[in-house]
Every structure is written in structure tokens, then in C-alpha cells.
Write a protein that binds this ligand. Structure first.
Ligand code: HEM
Length: 417
């Protein structure tokens, strides 16, 4: 091809992307025998890239930008307009610093303390029920802790509807038709709810803890010294509440991993041992969550004999990089011990994005995701007993986000003394 990249034939591949889901980019990287190729998506040329070197390139802020990269539909459902995901340069770094201030070790500990307490209360309720759908229960549990940690009051009567508004945004962000409009409505309601609370904080009638997301974004000032407008501040508070609720997907996969690989359980009896972290890392590497992330070529440049043209959409293959046979031995086997000698590169293990947290767009919530999963491993392995009835535990490699079809049903729950 004229730009030095292999090029996929055809007018448009958007349908193949939807049809092949998590495997769309990896399938073509394999058949082209190249980590970077060109295709056409949504009627325009697009570049797909995967692997460690490509990830390093993708996270170079001189070469790629986020403004204008995400499709409007995704911004209006999943991200929210004006949120940190869509910013670049100094404006991004300044906003991102506010997110990262919420992730100080002391705050991570405050969150896990809240989580352990709420896990216990939830587990007690489960013992009164004949069976529970773990994913559904986990969403509610995580919505509760997200709000408590975030300084957001959540009356008991509102738990169900707030859980469903927050989940709609990540469960149906790539939907079409009525489902899409339902998701838009859920976001509108949630922004109105959180926006109202931000107004109260600013009028000094609501007093969340100073370290909480609600406080921080109510008082955050832009580089020009202005407060965020109410809607943008609400979008950012939701950028904390929504993804914490989405950790429920990883909790369902954690339970699935324990079920599929029961030989792991005896190795997980002491959560403070490094093996628990390796197990959690392997769950995040092995199971599909975000297929890819996107950016736009910032200015024309050449790299490794290939021409990148300004304005072209670029997708970085997150799932495929985590399963790249050049980077991972037997990538399709579940082997937590592989993390024993992983070199902690920011570019090969990228379920929540790669690169630097502060300078780039890597997930602000990666550390707390890991801690929430560790606590949950402890509950599922050591603190609870349960049985797993026959059910459809398969998960799709095409529908996004994926998860065990049954939502993971458990029965006969008791708390270990
Ligand atoms: C960004 C995945 C949990 C907050 C991202 C990105 C991915 C991701 C793939 C984009 C990276 C990029 O575009 O380069 C996940 C997954 C999670 C999760 C799979 C598991 C549930 C969380 C949590 C929080 C969070 C718990 C916060 C409490 C954010 C924020 C961004 C982000 C604020 C935008 C960062 C930026 O643009 O600079 N996440 N995330 N995420 N995530 Fe997460």
C-alpha cells in the first residue's frame, strides 16, 4: 500500500468490527502478519494497531490526540460530554491530576474499608435467599460503595434506580435504536441528579468529605481559574461512580475464573500474598472487557516506514495486546503465575489502557479496580461458601461489554466463621 501499511479491502468494515468484536483487530493482525494495518470505519480511513511497540507509539501525545476521536454516540452515553477522556495537553493533565488526587493510598484504603463492610452486609442478605445473580448483586453493592466513597448521598429507596442508570451507561453504550435512547435518558437523569448535588455543595448546604469526588469536582478550577460548569462537574463525578459500578463485570469474571479453574483456590487463602494480585491481573488479562481505545493522528508523521495522516482515527487493540503471542506465552491459558516475572511494562498489559496515568489517558481507576477485585477474591474464596448450579457461563467474544451469560448464579450461600 502507498502508506506502507497493509490495507483491508472493502468500502467499510464497521459491520465486520461489530460482528467480530474483540477479535476484529487480532484476527487481521494475524492474517496480515503486521501489528498495524489500515481499514475503513464509519466511512473513513482508520488505522488499527496492537502490540507493545504500537502501544508505545499510540500513547505519544505528540502524535495522537483525543479531541474528536470518540464517536458522538459513545460520548453521549459512556463518557459524557466535556469529560477528561476527550481532553488533550495541559487541559487534560490538569483535569487528570484531580482524578489522580482521589487515588492516594489513604483514599484507596478508605474505599476498601467501605467495601469490606458493605460486602459483609450484602453477604448476610444473600444467606437469606435461595440463590442470587452475582453480577446483578455486585452492581448494587458497587453503586453503594461508589456513592459512599464519592461523598454522594444515596437514600436506600434510590439504590435500585441509581444502579440501573449507572449501569445502562456501560451496558448499552454501543447499542442502537430504543436501547440507545434509553441509555441517553439514563445519562441525562444521572447528570441531573449529580448536578443538583454539586449545586448544593457550592451553596454550602451539602458537605461531602474534602477528599471525596463530589467535593473535589464541585470545587475544581480549570486552568483559567473558573469552576467547572455544573454539567461538566457532574460528568466527572459520574466518571467515578459509573466505572466503579462497572467493576461488577470483573467480579462476575472473577467468580467465573474460580469456577473454571478451581485448582487456583488453595493458592488464594492469604489475600496479602502476591499470588492474589497475580490472580487478579490474570483475570484482567484473560477475559474481555474493553476491546480497544481510540485516538486521532495529531499531525502527519512517519514511523517505521509507515505514513500516518493527520486526522485519521486510530484504534489500539487492548484485548489483542493482552493475548499477543509475541508478548505472552500460551496467551489463551489462564496462568496467574506468569505475572511473577512480568517486567511491569506500561505497554504490554493494557486492559485499562497503557502509558502514564498523569501524562496520558491510562485508566484513573486501575489501582482501585485491582484492590476491589482482591477484596472480592477474599470473600469468594475464604469468607463465603456457595454452590454453582448448572447455567450458561459462556461469554461472547462479540457483544461488548462481555460477561458470563447467566450473570453467574450462586446458591446455598453461607458465611464462613
Ligand atoms: C479510562 C478501562 C475502571 C476511571 C479508561 C480506559 C480504559 C479503562 C480502557 C481508556 C484508556 C485510554 O483510552 O487510553 C477500565 C476498566 C475498568 C475501569 C476495564 C474496570 C471496571 C475504572 C474505575 C475508575 C475509572 C474504577 C474510577 C473510579 C477512568 C477514567 C478514565 C478511564 C477517569 C479516563 C482517563 C483519561 O482520559 O485520562 N478506563 N476502567 N475506570 N477510566 Fe477506567
Amino acid at each position: 500500500a502507498e502508506n506502507g501499511m497493509p490495507k483491508e479491502d472493502g468500502l467499510d468494515q464497521s459491520l465486520s468490527l461489530l460482528r467480530e468484536g474483540y477479535l476484529y483487530i487480532p484476527n487481521r493482525r494475524r492474517s496480515f502478519q503486521e501489528n498495524i494495518f489500515e481499514t475503513r470505519l464509519m466511512g473513513k480511513p482508520a488505522i488499527c494497531m496492537g502490540g507493545k511497540e504500537a502501544a508505545k507509539l499510540f500513547y505519544d501525545p505528540a502524535k495522537f490526540q483525543r479531541e474528536g476521536a470518540a464517536p458522538k454516540r459513545v460520548v453521549k452515553t459512556l463518557f459524557g460530554e466535556g469529560g477528561v477522556q476527550t481532553l488533550d495537553g495541559e487541559a487534560h493533565q490538569h483535569r487528570k491530576a484531580a482524578f489522580m488526587s482521589l487515588m492516594a493510598p489513604k483514599e484507596v484504603m478508605r474505599l476498601t474499608d467501605i467495601f469490606v463492610r458493605q460486602w459483609m452486609e450484602t453477604a448476610q442478605k444473600w444467606t437469606q435467599q435461595s440463590e442470587v445473580v452475582l453480577y446483578e448483586e455486585a452492581k448494587e453493592l458497587l453503586c453503594r460503595i461508589a456513592c459512599e466513597w464519592g461523598g454522594v448521598p444515596l437514600p436506600e429507596d434510590d439504590v435500585k434506580r441509581r444502579t440501573s442508570e449507572l449501569s445502562a451507561m456501560f451496558e448499552s453504550s454501543v447499542s442502537a435504536g430504543p436501547e440507545y435512547w434509553k441509555t441517553r435518558r439514563a445519562r441525562r437523569k444521572a447528570e441531573k441528579w449529580v448536578g443538583g448535588l454539586i449545586e448544593e455543595v457550592r451553596q454550602n448546604t451539602l458537605h461531602p468529605p474534602e477528599e471525596s469526588a463530589l467535593y473535589v469536582f464541585s470545587h475544581h478550577r480549570e486552568l483559567d481559574g473558573q469552576l467547572l460548569d455544573t454539567k461538566t462537574a457532574a460528568v466527572e463525578v459520574l466518571n467515578i461512580l459509573r466505572p466503579i459500578t462497572a467493576v461488577s463485570i470483573y467480579l462476575a469474571f472473577t467468580a467465573l475464573a474460580l469456577h473454571q479453574f478451581p485448582e487456583e483456590k488453595p493458592k488464594l487463602m492469604d489475600v496479602d500474598e502476591p499470588y492474589t494480585k497475580y490472580f487478579v491481573q490474570e483475570v484482567r488479562r484473560f477475559y474481555p472487557f474493553f476491546p480497544f481505545t481510540g485516538a486521532k493522528v495529531k499531525t502527519d508523521f512517519e514511523w517505521s516506514g509507515m505514513d500516518f495522516k493527520e486526522g485519521t482515527l486510530a484504534l489500539l487493540d487492548l484485548y489483542g495486546t493482552n493475548h499477543d503471542p509475541e508478548l505472552w506465552e500460551n496467551p489463551d491459558l489462564f496462568q496467574p503465575a506468569r505475572f511473577e516475572d512480568w517486567d511491569k511494562s506500561p505497554f504490554d498489559f493494557i486492559p485499562q489502557g497503557g502509558g502514564d496515568y498523569y501524562a496520558g489517558h491510562r485508566c484513573a481507576g486501575e489501582w482501585i479496580t485491582i484492590e476491589l477485585m482482591k477484596v472480592s477474591v477474599d470473600f469468594l474464596v475464604n469468607r463465603l461458601s456457595y454452590t454453582v448450579p448448572d447455567q450458561d457461563i459462556s461469554f461472547s467474544m462479540t457483544s461488548m461489554p462481555s460477561m458470563p451469560k447467566s450473570g453467574f448464579i450462586v446458591r446455598d450461600i453461607s458465611i464462613n466463621l
